[in-house]
Each structure stands twice: as C-alpha cells, then as structure tokens.
Design a protein around this ligand. Sequence first.
Ligand code: PEP
Ligand code: MG
Length: 891
Amino acid sequence: MGRFVYDFTEGHRGQADLLGGKGAGLAEMTRMGLPVPPGFTITTEACRFYLASGREPHALADEITVHLAALEERMGRRLGDARDPLLLSVRSGGRYSMPGMMDTILDLGLNDDTVTGLARTTGRERAAWDSYRRLVQMYGSTVMGVDGSCFDTELDRARRAAGTDSDLGLDAAALRRLTVAFQAIVREHTGLDFPQDPREQLRGAVRAVFDSWRGERARIYRRREGIPENLGTAVNVQAMVFGNLGPDSGTGVAFTRNPATGRRGAWGDYLSDAQGEDVVAGIRDAVPLSELAALLPDCHSALLAHLNTLENHYRDLCDVEFTVERGRLWILQTRVGKRTAAAAFRIAVQLVEEKVITWDEALLRVTGDQLAQLMFPRFAGTTGGAPLAHGIPASPGAAVGVVVFTSAEAVRRAAAGEHTVLVRPETTPDDLPGMIAAQAVLTSRGGKTSHAAVVARGMGKVCVCGAEGISVDVAARRFTTAGGTVVAEGEVISVDGTAGRVHLGALPLVPSPVTAYFTGGTVPEEARELIDAVDRLLTHADQVGRLLVRANADTPEDARRARAFGALGIGLCRTEHMFLGERRRLVEALILAENDDARESALAALLPLQRQDFTEILQAMDGLAVTIRLIDPPLHEFLPDRTELSVRIATERAQGRAVDPHDEQLLAAVNRMHEENPMLGLRGVRLALVVPGLVAMQVRAAAEAVLACRAAGGDPHAEIMVPLVDTVEELRLVRTEIERVLRETDEDLDVPIGTMIELPRAALTADRIATAADFFSFGTNDLTQTTWGFSRDDVEGAFFTRYLEQGVFRVSPFETLDLDGVGRLVELAVREGRQTRPGLVTGVCGEHGGDPASVRFFHRAGLDYVSCSPYRVPVARLEAGRAAVGTGTDL
Ligand code: PEP
Ligand code: MG
C-alpha cells in the first residue's frame, strides 16, 4: 500500500484515476503556474480502502498531518490559530465528474475562537460570521446528518426578523445569533456539539466525502451515466480564499466557450461579494462574465488569459471555478467541461478549424449517443409541472398527442390529421398500424427492449414503457395514474421519451433541425453551424470508418429514409411484416389448407404481393445490397388469439347460436399449432423445412422482383438470408431449394445465399455452416436471448431493474452487446467462418447494430457491416468512424 496524500505540486493531469478529475486538474494548474490556492489531495485509493473496510487506512492521519503542516508553512497561517486561522475547503472529486452529487465543505477551521481572528484579520466581522454560520450549516447537514431544511427554516426566520429577503440583509450580529441557533439545532438533532477542534472537523469532513460516494444521489447518477461503482472518490483539501470580503471580491464559474450552444468566446457567471456554491446554487442573481470587465478589469483580463491558457493546454473546452479575493484572482478548479450534444459537435469542428485538434481527434470528441439526442424533437424546457407518470425512457424525443387506446383509433384519428399517443398495457405486432400512426407509445408494462420499445426505436418514435404507476383500462378507454388522476381517450398528454416522463396537456416542442437536414426538410438559420458540424464529422467518419452501415428496413418508405440517412444497403428486410393487415387472411388460408391445391392457391395469392414489396424496396435501394430474410416467426402468430377465439366460440355456443365453421377451423389450427415457448419452437428455417412451398414462394417473389427491376433499367442486388439455423444440414436443405427456385426463375440470377447466426450452436459450428453460406449476419437479439437463456419479452419487465441495481450487469445485454459471452461467440464465428471461407462477408442485424458501444466492438471483431434501424444509421456511421480512429474517452 503506497501513500494516500499528494500535494497539488506533486501530481499531474494523467493521474485522474488516483487523484480524481478535480485533484488532477488542480495539480496540473499548479504545475502550469496558474494562481491556485495551495492544498493536497487524498487519493481514491484511500476512499476504496475506507469503503471496503469501514475505516481509514492507518497511515492516512499521519500523512494528512505532514501535508497540513506544509500547507500551514506555505500559507503562514495555522489551522485553529485563534489570531489568524488557516481555513480549508474540503471537496469530493472522483475519476469522472459527478456535478453536485457529493459533498463539499467550506470554511473548515472556524470555531467560536477563530471566527474572531478571521474577523480581525479580514477586517470584516460580518463576513467572518457569515462564513461560520455556513460551516455549521454545511457540516451539520453533510457530516452530522441534520436535515438541511431545519437550517433553512431558521435562516428564513432570521431574514424575516431582520426585515430582509436576502442573506445580504443580515448584519454581523444577526449572523452571530444565527450561528448560535444553528449550533443549537445541531445539538438538538444529534445530541452532540458542533466540533470546535479543527482537526476533528477535518476528519469528519473527509469521512463524509468518502461516505457520500455511497449516497443515493451519487448512486443514481452513476447508474445513469454508466460510471463504475468501485472507483471511489478523492478528497481535495485546499486553503480557503474568500469571495465575500466586499465589492472587490466575488466568485464565479467560467467556460472557455458556451457549453450550451457551442458559441465561441468565454462564457460564465459572476457574483460579487459571495462565496463558494452561491453561483451554482443560484441563491442570488449572478451577472454575465462580461460585466466583470467593468467591475474588476484586471481580474477579467487575467481570467480570460487563464481560460485561453487552459483551453490551449487541454485542447478542449474547459470550465473553471474562480474566486476574487480583494481584487486578486484565484482559480479553484478546472476540468474539461461538460457540454450539450449540440455544443459538442460545434466545438469539435471549431477546434479543427482553429488547428487545435485533427479531424480524427474531433471524431473522438462527439458520441453516437449525442448525435441520437440531436435527432429527436425535444420539449422546449423542463417545465410542465409534476409528471402524470414515470416509466422507462425507451425511445427518446418528445411528442404531444391525444390519448388513444387501440391501434384502430390511432389510425382513424391520424387519418383525420390528429396527433395521438397510443396507450396500451403492452403492444403486440397487431398494434403496428397504430404505432405507425401515433406520435408516441406509452405502455404500463415491458422494458427497454419490449415490443413497444424496439419497434418505437426502430421507427424513431417516442416511447415510454413500463410506466407501472398507471393502470390502463382499454375497455373503458382510460388510464388511471398512481395519484388517482383519470385520463380518458381524447385528452392531450405530452410524452418525454428522453426523460421517461408523461405530462398532462401539451408541452411546447422544438423540432430537431438535424433530422430535418437528413430528410430534406427546412433547417433554421440558427442551426446552420450545428448542421455543418454534423455533416463534416459524419463525412470524416465515412472516410475513415471500415464498418459499412446498412439499415433494417421492411418497406420502401423505410428504405428511402434509410438512404437519406446514409445507409449503404439493407442488412435485414424482415418479410413477416408483409403478412400483416389484410394479407393475414392469405396466411390463414395457407395454414388451413387441407390439400396441395388449396395451399398453392394461397401461396399464389401471396406471391404478387411479396414481389411488389420487394420490387419497390430494391428500387429504393438501387445499386445497393438488400438482404431479404425468409419468414421467421411461428405461423400461429398470424392467427387470432387462442383465448379470445375460444371465448368467442364458447359464448356463441352457450347462447345457442351457430358457430362460424371458419372460426372452428381456426381454433383447431390454433390449438394444433399452440406452443408453450414459441421463441424456441417452429420458426425460422424450421418453418421453411416443414411448410411446403413457403420458401419457394418467397424466393420466387424476390427473384422476379430482381428481374422486374432489371427490366426497368435498375441495378438490384438482392440477397437471401435464412433465419435461426442451428446446423449446416438445415442450411444445405434450404439452400438446395432456394437455388432450385432461382435457377427456375432465371439461369443468370446472381443472388448470394447466407444465414443468420443467432443461436449459440450456429456460432459454435460456424466453420461448417460457412460451407453452405455466402455470408453471415449475426442476429444478436436471438443470440443474446439464447446465450443467456433470457426470454426478451419476459425478463426485462420482470427483473432487469433488480439486476441492474444489484450490479449483475451495468447495462441490459439486449441494449449493449455482452462482450464476455455473446461477443465471444461472434468473434469465434467470424474467425472460424473465415477459416472455411476466406473473405466471408459478415454483418450484424440485431438491435445492437445501432448501439454505439456495440458498434465499436463489431469493428474490433472484424465485421464488414452493421445494420440498424434507419434512424440509427447516422449514429452507427459516426461510431464506425470513431471505432476506426481510436477508443474515445467516453466510458
Ligand atoms: C435477431 O435475432 O437479432 C434478429 C435480427 O432477428 P429478429 O429480431 O427478427 O428475431
Ligand atoms: Mg432473430
């Protein structure tokens, strides 16, 4: 075990793991000669020791004593010296910035004696008592656990007594009385006195910072941001400087550029005669940084110079907290600043233009998640009162519409030009028309990859799912919130898919100019620089990226949209969606067919419909590959619901009415085809092998579509893909049939025949499967289900929240590919498949194809392409480029 304390003069920016981001920044600024109040950092290692063992390392107290003595020496003041006390700030600071999530204590070292010394040396009695009351307040709440509102109530009372509504209106005597009252509050709530010994204060403060790593706020923040639980925080102990010593003092925050919009030029807030957190907390109105130029011109120009130095040094947007103490500027902290998605894109390109970074580096300064955020419409602000309900933010963006409870109603109202929100307990493929018609989908059940979530994301539609607080009564056409509010069909709600919140009424919306740019809509003037930045960064990503990006698209409209978003082909055209709606009757006829003639006539009726679909899709993707996947889901999915049908027939019988023979036939088929676990039942290639004529019809439709496109002068590139293959034998049999149909249709057709790799056995026998496959496409949805043994539709709602809370995994394996398990199967299959067939084309078409972290893995695994929903295509393009130039700095 090494040392646990480093002076600011000892560290540097590369030590963020050990010293935390803040500690590393303070050390770096100290090295650069910036005016940083001296101090030292207690390492994250000390925190980890504390969290693991419940006590500080033995050596820590002595190390702190040594560094404190050096600090006292440098400052010429001593902690606890009643005549001229040294005061300290104690701040948390982990590897990743967690703004406001953990504790800070200022003015440490004040007590009933030193407060007088401070008043004398500063000549400001009021400021001394103000600092002391703040210490008792902060220490009382964060270290001693007193409910902070007790202090607020007392402060209000003091203000009222003094006839003022600002703490500036309290004089020294009032603040002294307040301090005494605060000490009494501490005693009353804890049975302990506020500690007068500054060393005891320091011990308590350090421990509180360690403990705050485990606090609720911090935990929630880490989970949301994907910050590992086990890093711990460092503690920065720094000599206090005072911003509350009169009009030539103050405190502020400054950014080297605007972090909200990305505009060039320093940006920030300044608060005169104030201390510490006042600016951030918004207690009083701060003034724009530019006004500091008029108030204290020397400080202002020094600050701008330091901002410049820092930005050049870190080669990125930096933010600083600063304090002016009697006309002298101090920098209290710096870091590479957080910024909005829009600012990230603009700043990255500005820095390239300013020759600070290269295009490759610029790519690493933005993320696919940020681009995704920029593509969804948003609510203009965070107003809107208390939400009606909370759920899982399944598909980001913002939408307003009237509540409807059935797919048909959504379609009907959409046809009449109304915006709707489809509210269901959960959705099924039957709801697809309604989901397409609606602006948003809200469900009370299901997780982030439930049907509603996956389909909504695929369509770029807003979705909040699993809003368990609401109960949806479809029959009565209303839902009831946890608070008892009843929302009936036709009422307007606002759905925030980014935050997972639902509000009553219409919150104002702002459209995304980035999506408008891709889809040829009008782009507002003020978004030009942002659009230009997105365009240039994507262009660079396309140049350097090795992974190609295709789209999952089942309709000509989707195909056109995918092209507009930059897709280079279709990696998955699911054909089952073509059997829904009116066409379902034809599938019913196929299933119910009692002889070859009946079956063939059902298939013959489906053929032209499929051919037309394929033709239009191939035309929309002219010149690019279109991978047509043979039908995958079990056929009974196209039949009516078993219970509903049984109840209908039983009711009719009970009422003595004649039962429709077609219904009876259907029920017999439904019963015959019923499966306990359809996901593992008769689907995919298995259907192709047991339902005569089905594959032939699909392949013929595809082949004829190719011929039709060629005849029209097009350049179609169809590929046929076989789903759910377990063994090469299955693929061989189907391949023979596909080749026969292709030959029959036209001798010269060149249609590659490949397979999905979406079962562990297929991955493990990829060397053999490659003998019969022209390409592999990893179906990582099914591969994740079957590798983990998780039924996607069941587990997410059931226990994923618990798993995430308990740290079984940090992110759902359906969202980001599980590298340790599923990822290894992918790597193995790519490697062994290519051993059999060098140059074998490999891609992925599961949901992971549009997930930034997964895309980076697919790049490393050597895949040729990813395929994702059209709206995710720009995200995948960006990530493919980022993967090619480096790992990036995001988690
Ligand atoms: C998959 O399993 O990853 C896949 C793309 O197929 P589907 O989601 O249609 O089962
Ligand atoms: Mg699948």
